[in-house]
Design a protein around this ligand. Structure first.
Ligand code: ZN
Length: 501
């Protein structure tokens, strides 16, 4: 059992940390008793920071999990486990997953071997940036070292070069492919000296039937050549080449090009001179071209959940051109749909206001979001199941008696009918209790997950970025619809909170 209270937590009542901890402990103890969970060790901490080094008990927990002897870790909600950097979250998740350790909360049990649960767990870590990274510092350090020696670390040679194995030492370097090197210099000349644009360069190369790395020349391949320091004889080494990012609401692995990569002097020959390089950079600047690609960030906090009330299409977020003096707007993509476009801020504010109202009303409805005690139901259910087992045993005995001739067929039939009737009655009761248990669990999930998450979004809205907002909105909202019948008409927003059935 892992209990943690941090200064970041927002609570319904203003109570001391110790009080919150003991309240959580009571909830969890009752929960474990009802579920007959054998708690081996209780780890409790008031963490001042979010980092692993500031959480000795979490370190202990991971140590225990690594023994592989634990079926699960019980905590009040997922956020107890990690709210730190995404790297640490990923680290913790990885250890739980590889040791087949479930996360058990009163609202839900998360099995990390199960894909959808893993996805949900990922999303639930509210303040992480959702980049799960495998940590293998030794490998990274080794590769860093090779890069700093000027060896080529990639698996595909840049256009103009071929990879070859270094003699007498580990690793690879690059040798110039003369025909391709000519083309590289030509591209630098066309852009840097003659001032020809990316697209035109690509077009002309294709006209000349010059083969590109992947068939045909395009703007991207030209830009890549103009921006790659490898042609200057350098090795660029990025520490974090692959990131897990959210794009249009989907978690995807993506090559992330950041500006902070390391440059080392390579062991290979340059193809272009510093002067040629500088000319290109100066031209790019004067043309207002970015010299590096910036990874596309998710800008739409309602990606995939905001739909048109009229036609059900997912609303598109449009960004104004530089000279347009307006802000981003939502637009229904369906041709001929009567839904008029609407400024994003107005829609966002309407949804925020709506969720605030909903939360206030809902908290009253479920008594300030307090979870219900499921003890009684659980106990009753256990009793019914026990009785059913007894009756079934009796029924088996009847068959024995009949076979051994203790009972006549008539006696058997009468007794059996009586027992069968009892079993039927108990089965009905069992079904009712199961139904009740499901309902209570739904209430608890709402109280322990949906309500606090909504509260957190509203409280921290200003410090969240759009991707984080989106991840959180998707937890608490099944969808939101919007509609505006006339330009400058009234905006109608409908919210569909993600309540358990
Ligand atoms: Zn529409």
């Amino acid at each position: 059992m892992y209990l943690r209270k941090s200064r970041m937590d927002t609570d319904f009542e203003e109570v001391s940390m110790e009080e919150t901890l003991s309240r959580h402990k009571k909830i969890l103890n009752d929960f474990c008793k009802a579920r007959k969970l054998n708690v081996v060790e209780v780890l409790e901490e008031v963490a001042s920071g979010e980092s692993l080094s500031a959480r000795p008990k979490m370190q202990r927990l991971l140590e225990l999990v690594r023994t592989g002897l634990y079926a699960g870790v019980v905590c009040i909600d997922l956020e107890r486990l990690s709210r730190g950097s995404s790297m640490e979250t990923g680290y913790i998740m990885q250890i739980l997953q590889t040791n087949n350790c479930k996360i058990i909360t009163p609202g839900k049990t998360y099995d990390l071997q199960n894909d959808s649960d893993e996805q949900f767990t990922d999303m639930k870590f509210m303040f992480s940036r959702y980049e799960l990274k495998s940590i293998n510092t030794r490998l990274v350090r080794g590769r860093n070292h090779s890069a700093s020696e000027g060896k080529f670390m990639g698996s595909v040679a840049p256009y103009g070069y071929r990879i070859y194995k270094l003699q007498g030492m580990k690793g690879n370097s690059l040798r110039i492919e003369p025909e391709e090197a000519k083309i590289v210099r030509m591209i630098y000349d066309m852009y840097g000296e003659q001032g020809i644009g990316y697209n035109t360069i690509a077009y002309q190369l294709n006209q000349l039937n010059i083969p590109a790395l992947n068939g045909k020349w395009g703007q991207t391949s030209v830009v890549n050549i103009l921006n790659n320091e490898v042609y200057l004889g350098k090795i660029r080494w990025r520490r974090e080449p692959v990131k897990r990012v959210i794009e249009d609401g989907m978690l995807t692995k993506k090559r992330y090009t950041n500006d902070n990569y390391d440059l080392y002097d390579g062991m290979h020959e340059p193809i272009v001179t510093q002067e040629m390089w500088d000319n290109v950079k100066a031209k790019q600047k004067s043309r207002g071209h970015h010299s590096t690609h910036v990874a596309k960030e998710l800008k739409n906090p309602f990606a995939t959940i905001l739909v048109c009330e009229n036609c059900g299409a997912v609303m598109k977020r449009n960004v104004p051109a530089k000279n347009q003096k307006t802000s981003a707007w939502y637009r229904c993509p369906t041709r001929g749909c009567g839904c008029k476009q609407m400024k994003c801020v107005d829609v966002e504010n309407a949804i925020l206001e709506g969720m605030r109202d909903w939360l206030a009303a809902y908290k009253i409805q479920i008594e300030s979001g307090k979870p219900v005690n499921t003890d009684q139901t659980d106990t009753a259910l256990d009793a019914v199941i026990g009785q059913l087992a007894q009756l079934q045993a009796q029924q088996n005995n009847l068959c024995d008696y009949l076979e051994k001739g203790v009972y006549t067929v008539e006696m058997f039939t009468r007794r059996n009918a009586a027992i069968q009737k009892d079993i039927q009655k108990l089965e009905e009761t069992k079904a009712e209790l199961l139904q009740k248990q499901t309902e209570q669990e739904a209430i608890n999930r709402t109280a322990l997950e949906i309500i606090p998450t909504t509260q957190s979004i509203l409280d921290n809205y200003d410090i969240l970025n759009p991707a984080q907002k989106n991840a959180l909105w998707k937890l608490v909202l099944k969808k939101a619809t919007m509609y505006r019948g006339e330009t400058k008409g009234e905006l109608r927003v409908k919210l569909y909170p993600n309540l358990p059935r």
